[in-house]
Write a protein that binds this ligand. Structure first.
Ligand code: GTR
Length: 369
């Protein structure tokens, strides 16, 4: 009798501990959408070509931090700044192959892999920063979704302000740009843009620009305030003309093959964390933009604000005539976003309008094609 009881109690203990075990498994499988398998751990890499304190890298780190928190450390994303994993083109190729899982890149090099992103290289298609973000938060999301055909997954847009020219020789008007050798990002529309303005385009990797300016291989380049400041290009190119010819945002993206390996719930965490990191990136952007303008002035850089954009817009109209048809639908959406921008202010919009954009906004009365 005694023995029977002992045996029963023993079986009960075994049965009880297995059910505790099963319950624990059950909990895990629930959060995996009922697949039953334990949640997997991952260690991913994210490449960025900017310095550790640059706004995009601050955004990348916020993204990685949110993902790590929300997966209780199961998904760890190491951010590699300063182009440690290669230049933008090389990194995008690696992302397509799945060798690097994440990157933050500019739309100009990205357009060579997914042509629809070339729309951002067209000159003066956005009136101001608000117009751009109204589009990015709306139909612009479709461009991110369309990246799957290029073996990538678009996650979010980051701010990149507007671009302007700077040169080692005086540059205070469109006339001054004539015949100058200007470095451009490796993108065919950007090359046409420089040609249309009467200068000579020299495509070159971002990391080579400082020494090329220093040695006179090029006369000038073009970029935004945080880039000219962070790279210290202003030390060797002391003349800036603010013509705001383009607004090419940054894109945070993931390798499609890495995405495909994730569970539905992990994909959701990744996408939401990316979108939420935008506010942090845009705040850092605004801060560095202001700091850059102040520091460049302090360093004695000549800054010319273009008060009449019309000659610049007229000169570059041929670029839209040549390439516009390829982006017919998205250009219509961009025009629509202009009408809708008044009511916007949610989604990825994390910071206010910057000084340069406000300036451009008041100047830019150009009609959109
Ligand atoms: C910056 C952008 C970089 C890179 C660079 C360039 O504004 O953030 O990713 O594209 O421009 O001109 O090469």
């Amino acid at each position: 009798m005694k023995r029977t009881f002992k045996l029963t109690a023993g079986l009960l203990t075994v049965a009880l501990s297995s059910s505790v075990l099963l319950a624990a498994c059950g909990q895990q499988s629930d959060s995996e959408g009922g697949a039953g398998a334990p949640e997997k751990s991952y260690k991913f890499r994210l490449a960025d070509n900017h310095a550790p304190d640059y706004p995009t890298v601050i955004g990348d780190k916020k993204f990685a931090e949110l993902v790590e928190q929300r997966t209780n450390g199961r998904i760890k994303i190491d951010v590699f700044p300063s182009g440690q994993l290669g230049d933008e083109k090389a990194v995008i190729e690696q992302v397509q192959l799945g060798a690097i899982e994440f990157t933050r890149v500019n739309t100009a090099p990205l357009a060579e892999f997914n042509s629809q992103f070339g729309v951002f290289s067209l000159p003066y298609i956005f009136d101001n920063d608000e117009h751009l973000w109204s589009f990015l938060n709306g139909d612009g999301q479709k461009l991110l979704d369309g990246m799957e055909s290029s073996r990538m997954k678009g996650l979010a847009y980051y701010d990149s302000g507007s671009r302007f020219f700077y040169s080692r020789v005086p540059l205070a008007s469109l006339d001054d740009l004539q015949g100058k050798k200007i470095r451009v990002q490796q993108n065919k529309i950007n090359m046409d843009l420089i040609t249309a303005l009467g200068a000579s385009p020299t495509p070159m990797a971002f990391g080579e620009v400082y020494s090329s300016l220093q040695t006179g291989v090029i006369d000038g380049a073009e970029n935004n305030w945080p880039s000219i400041y962070s790279t210290r290009h202003y030390e060797v190119a002391k003349h800036v003309i603010v013509d705001s010819h383009q607004r090419q945002p940054e894109v945070l993206l993931m390798s499609k093959s890495a995405w495909d390996r994730l569970s539905e719930s992990d994909r959701k965490i990744i996408k939401e964390a990316a979108m939420e990191s935008v506010a942090t990136q845009r705040e850092a952007w605004k801060k560095m933009e202001d700091e850059a303008i102040a520091k460049l002035k302090e360093a004695g850089v000549t800054i010319t604000e273009v008060t009449d954009l019309k000659p610049w817009q007229d000169a570059t109209r041929s670029v839209i005539d040549k390439h516009g048809a390829e982006f017919k639908e998205v250009l219509e959406q961009i025009n629509k976003a202009k009408l809708e921008q008044a009511g916007s202010g949610s989604g990825q919009n994390g910071a206010g309008q910057n000084a340069a954009d406000q300036n451009a906004a008041s100047q830019n009365g150009a009609s959109q094609k």
